[in-house]
Structure formats: C-alpha cells, structure tokens
Design a protein around this ligand. Structure first.
Ligand code: AMP
Length: 185
C-alpha cells in the first residue's frame, strides 16, 4: 500500500444513520480519499459510517490509520488490517493521536461523539492552537442545524463572527471533491 502524502482525519458516526444515503455517501468519501492519495485517519472501528468510509478506502487501495481505545476494540470492532493501528488507553488520547497525525479534518454525519470531536478541533482553532482546515460534509442538509446553532451563538454575543470562518460547510460530494483536490495538490 503506497504511503499517502497528506492525511485527513474523519470524524463520523459509529452508527449507519436512519437514511441509507448516509452510508452511500460515506462509501463515496472513502473511495475519493483513496483516489486522491489521501490517508484516512479515523476511529479504527468497523461499524456505522466510520466502518463504511474505511472499507471503501481500503477497497480502493488507500492508506489508512486507525486510533481506538482498548475498551472500544470490541464494541466498535477495531480493525487490525489498517495501514497503521494505534490502541490508546483513553478517549482523550485517541483524539490527540488522530489530530496529531492529520493535516485536515472532515466531519461526516454522526452523533454526540462526532459533535464532541468537531467542537474540540473548532475550539482549538478559535484559540489559535492550529490552522488545519475543518470541512463538514452537509449530507442531505444533516449538519444545517449545527451551522444554525453556531450562528445563534455568534448572534447572541458568545463568539466572534470569525468562528464561522474556522470551518467550511460543503453542500455535497462535488464540493468536497473540489476541496480535496485543492488540498491534495
Ligand atoms: P458518534 O458520533 O456518537 O457515533 O461517535 C463517533 C465516534 O466518536 C465513535 O467512535 C465514538 O467512540 C467516538 N467518541 C464518542 N465520544 C467521544 C469522546 N468524548 N471523545 C472521543 N471520541 C468519542
């Protein structure tokens, strides 16, 4: 498996979601990362959206790195056949290792875990602790309420309008493709 030049950390659901379109898009994203020569850094599990992204990336010959805490190896069916696998003690370590090994962040549909991961990198960006791009794929408008919540926080004076500039909401796979092409160059 060739070593990829740049790495994308994908935060996404450990469940497939209620609409089959989410898994179909996850598959397309995994394939896209591999085709662009981008390494997938993710939670190492074989479940839900994250499992699908990784299966597609591996099937397309992409490079992968998984990071998972010991206590989730069983519940999230941690894969041992990835380009690299890091097993951590804690969730905090997991996020730290994923972030440290990535050049950009991509958020796909997910639940509370994905939100936690997104807000952590967003707040680090707000504090000037990094300048890695944060992309959100707004699959079928799924993350619209998240963007609206951030607008609400800004409108009520609890964040600078600049917060909006620290992430990019991408409407569809075409927009993601264009961003990743730029990013991979
Ligand atoms: P979810 O979006 O809730 O399906 O979770 C997506 C992924 O985030 C799963 O692999 C969870 O194990 C992980 N996760 C959940 N909570 C946290 C957390 N506090 N810190 C890091 N990862 C988490």
């Amino acid at each position: 498996m060739p070593k990829a030049a740049r790495s994308i950390c994908v935060f996404c659901g450990a469940r497939p979601g209620a609409d089959a379109a989410f898994m179909a898009e996850a598959h397309a994203v995994g394939t896209m990362l591999a085709q662009k020569g981008l390494r997938l850094v993710y939670g190492a599990g074989d479940v839900g959206i994250m499992g699908e992204v990784a299966r597609a990336a591996l099937a397309a010959g992409g490079d992968t790195m998984g990071v998972i805490p010991t206590h989730l190896m069983q519940a999230e069916r941690g894969r041992r056949d990835l380009g690299a696998l890091v097993i951590t003690e804690t969730m905090h370590e997991r996020k730290k290792v994923m972030f440290a090994n990535s050049d950009a962040i991509l958020v796909l549909p997910g639940g509370a875990g994905s939100l936690d991961e997104f807000f952590e990198v967003l707040t680090w960006r707000q504090l000037g602790l990094h300048a890695k791009p944060i992309y959100i794929l707004n699959s079928g408008g799924y993350w619209g309420p998240l963007a609206a919540l951030i607008d609400h926080v800004i409108a009520h004076g609890f964040a600078e309008p600049s917060l909006r500039g620290f992430y990019t909401l991408l409407p569809d796979l075409g927009a993601l493709d264009a961003r990743l092409t730029e990013f991979a160059a």
